[in-house]
Design a protein around this ligand. Sequence first.
Ligand code: AHR
Length: 512
Amino acid sequence: MKTIARQLTIALISIFLTASITFAQNNQARIKLDIERQIGEIDKMIYGNFVEHLGRCIYGGIYEPGSPLSDENGFRKDVMKATKELNVPIIRWPGGNFVSGYHWEDGIGPVDQRPTRIDLAWGFREDNSFGTDEYIDWCREVNTEPYFCVNLGTGTMDEARNWVEYCNVEKGTYYSDLRIKNGHKGPHNVKYWGLGNEMDGHWQMGHKNAEDYGKFALEASKLMKWIDKDIKLVAAGSSNYGGDWIHWNRRVLEYLVHHVDYIALHNYVENRENNYYKFMATTQFAEEAIKITEGIIREELSKAKRIDPIYIAFDEYNVWYRAQGQEGNEEIYNLEDALVVATYLNIFVRNAHIVKMANLAQLVNVIAPIFTTEKGLFYQTIFYPLQLFANNCFGTAIDAFVDCDTYQVKDREVPYLDVSSAYDKENDKIILNVVNRHKDTAISTEISSQYGIFNGEATISVVNGNDIKDENSMEKQMVKTQTSSMKVKGEEFTYSFPAHSYTMITIPVEAD
Ligand code: AHR
């Protein structure tokens, strides 16, 4: 009898254990939110963007004189409206690879006297009809901060410092007076300046090794800051991960530790193998690169005894592979790409203490969320996560505890749920961002608050579509944001994140 009872007990325990394992594999999850577990303040500049003289980004994108869709300056009105909807705080210009052969003085003064040059980065003709003053005017129209990148490829230190003088000195010097003569009485006050683009890449005009770049950028930055001490400088960090990218960042910071405010990182991901789960995990590398670079920054700050921080500007990122190398690089994005972009944004929020700027590459037509034709524009799938983050996810990033199933990609454990969260103290709400990477199954999740209670109407915005390959076009928005609301009260609630989706839940919280 005793034996039967024992066997029964063992059977029951084993059923229970199997059940709990099944529970874990049944796509149920837990997220614990604690507003006291703070990572850092979210800088709105992590929702920045980038426009380059490449394909139809500038010409035919933001600038199309003569188009019925443009204003008297030649700026496409529909693009300006879409840019405002993206609430873009800062936009990098004029490149990219383009900048490494760009001479900014070609792009100022009477348009009919500006030279046409061969752009060796992309093999286009550049007529320079859109230059510094046009770009500044456009930035003011869309209410965004200009972020200039100087040519440290074929350019000189003089060119770099003269550009700062043209933009930021009020009057009474050669270049500031030239700006006034060109119709801009007040200074442009360009605060953010990049010290060259992807100088670690052999594809770059004027590519250098870390030592040569470090020395050159150091001299350029001295001169630029002597013209305007208040500018913020961004060192060109790693973009070429085929080489010893860690060495590059360390050497560059050794040279520039007393001169720069940011170090840039670039990263693009792709799905050439058409392997959904692998693709959904590709941005994990970006997070690793951030963590490693953060370590190097700390090391260099400490060696140099510098107290002021140096941050990371992740100033190029996106999905880019189908149109890579094609003229114009006009990628048409699908749902899985939008989810990957959402995971990049989660990473920037999760690392908000060190990533203080990020720029999606690029804004219009070229690998972009906005796609124009002569007749109008449409929003690509990747527009929607960016729009949600850039309009709502502010405050202090908080460190969410996530317990969910994982899958394996080589030796990596990838959680199905990719999560970031923020506490917006001013508005008493928590913003929770969740990408459910599961292709087939919704994940029912218990969401709990460790400090204070949820109370009120939560807003739920979901970016999803019927199929991971769904794309948008002029005719159809297959992937877009759907918004609903839900009453929440107490310390927890349950929400089921749909398969292959990105969800933002804005939850009112009573903290005191
Ligand atoms: O964004 C497209 C290109 O990608 C940029 O010109 C370059 O910096 C990067 O390699």
